[in-house]
Design a protein. Structure first.
Length: 94
């Protein structure tokens, strides 16, 4: 616990997430749908998710090398529109 310095404003931390990519991006990253369409096998994961780590290990142990995408806020938002949830891992296989 870190106490606030005297006179500092106190209140709940902001939980507002950005709703669009940073302005001024020269190139747009492919959409989640484009990534799914362009890969034979693709896994959307986060590096801290134990289920993601196990899923990737199982795929690799079985001889598969999926395209791996780190699912940040924007990717999860698109996943929600496609799959109905933001949870990971999410794996698509053609």
């Amino acid at each position: 616990f870190c106490p606030s310095p005297p006179g500092a404003l106190r209140g709940p931390p902001s939980r507002t997430a950005p709703f669009s990519p940073p302005p001024g991006s020269a190139t747009m990253a492919p959409t989640v749908k484009e990534q799914i369409e362009g890969a034979d096998m693709i896994a959307f994961v986060t590096s801290t998710c134990p289920f993601c780590i196990k899923a990737l290990a199982a795929l690799k142990e079985a001889g598969f090398e999926p395209t791996v995408v780190q699912a940040d806020y924007f990717v999860k938002k698109e996943l929600s529109e496609i799959a109905g949830s933001t949870s990971v891992p999410k794996v698509w296989v053609k």
